[in-house]
Ligand binder design. Structure first.
Ligand SMILES: [Zn+2]
Length: 333
């Protein structure tokens, strides 16, 4: 019998892992951080950079008899600001080590330059895929306004893929699972079969593999969805009892949820293939055909979805990109 999400939370607490729910200003709502009562005393993710988040983090640690100053290790699961905005402040107060996947360390250390470069990359990508200039300008100013909730992060303990972090009473293995973001890392307690999964697998919402620049700085865009599906398949094979996600309640049947996510993606891919088979279309035209006006208000998100699925079709040899010099259109191969 699978556990209920409530039982999973209780089981995690018995293992010394406590969920802290920290407020964010974003549509996703609160972010889950996890306190691990062990040696070292560890916090997985911190919440965004805001006074409100800092107050709540302090209060929720206090309810368990700890303070921010007591923390000895902070683990960063991925590069998104709702998860890591407070890391630098927490590390400064506590002197805690900061661990994250090593391939992301340089990027995390250069947050401001990196955010600017990421925005420029997104605008270029949107224009190349047929999104009107005024829409890209509006999105860019929204992105700038969010930047204050982020922060640079100095990673003092870069982790290799598969590297283990030893605690007094447990071992966590860091596993790189790119897709939702290129730095997504999950932390596996093989003995207890608990996976701290962050945004790699969320219970009620899909993990939105956004198109980004790769971590290696090559400037060539990632195939975010293709990478994500590969990562999900690797996670599916693990003997996981439950996943502690970055938002919402524990996932108690990870294989079924992953199958559901992959099946949904397959259906969307076939729908996009059908639209392309009718006539060549740009990414923006495809997004409008599927989502109507949401393709305007959520232009980057919907474009990422379309490009992600078009990548799969290109990889399968069913679709190719036709570039007229200004806009890329997809056509049936
Ligand atoms: Zn995220």
């Amino acid at each position: 019998m699978a556990l209920t999400p409530e039982q999973a939370l209780e089981q995690a607490a018995l293992a010394g892992i406590h969920r802290l729910r920290i407020p964010t200003p974003f549509a996703v709502g609160r972010v889950n951080c996890y306190l691990i009562e062990d040696e070292p005393l560890t916090l997985v993710d911190t919440g965004p950079n805001s006074g409100k988040a800092l107050d709540e983090l302090g209060a929720q640690l206090g309810a368990r008899g700890h303070s921010i100053d007591d923390l000895e290790l902070v683990i960063v699961t991925h590069q998104h600001i709702d998860h890591l905005g407070l890391v630098e402040i927490v590390a400064e107060h506590s002197g805690a080590e900061v661990a994250a996947i090593g391939v992301a360390a340089e990027r995390l250390a250069n947050f401001d330059d990196d955010a600017e470069a990421e925005d420029a990359f997104a605008v270029e990508l949107m224009l190349r895929n047929g999104i009107p200039e005024e829409v890209t300008a509006a999105l860019r100013s929204v992105s700038r306004s969010f930047r204050g909730w982020g922060s640079r992060v100095e990673v003092t303990r870069p982790l290799g893929d598969g590297e283990e972090i030893g605690f007094g009473a447990r071992t966590l293995q860091a596993l790189h699972r790119p897709g939702h973001s290129p730095s997504d890392t999950v932390f596996w307690d093989a003995e207890r079969r608990i996976l701290i999964g962050a945004d790699h697998l969320l219970p009620h919402i899909s993990s939105n593999p956004l198109i980004t620049r790769p971590l290696d700085g090559s400037g060539k865009r990632t195939q975010a969805l293709a990478a994500y599906i590969e990562s999900l398949r690797a996670t599916r094979e693990m003997p996981i009892e439950f996943v502690l996600p970055g938002h919402g309640d524990p996932v108690v049947d990870h294989a079924a949820l992953i199958d559901e996510r992959i099946a949904k993606s397959e259906r969307r891919k076939e729908k996009i293939h059908g639209l392309i088979a009718e006539r060549p279309r740009s990414g923006y035209e495809l997004a409008q055909a599927i989502w109507g006006n949401v393709a305007v208000t959520q232009a980057f998100l919907t474009l990422s979805e379309v490009i992600g699925h078009a990548d799969l079709l290109v990889n399968e040899g069913r679709v190719r990109e036709a570039d007229d010099g200004s806009v890329v259109r997809y056509e049936a191969a």
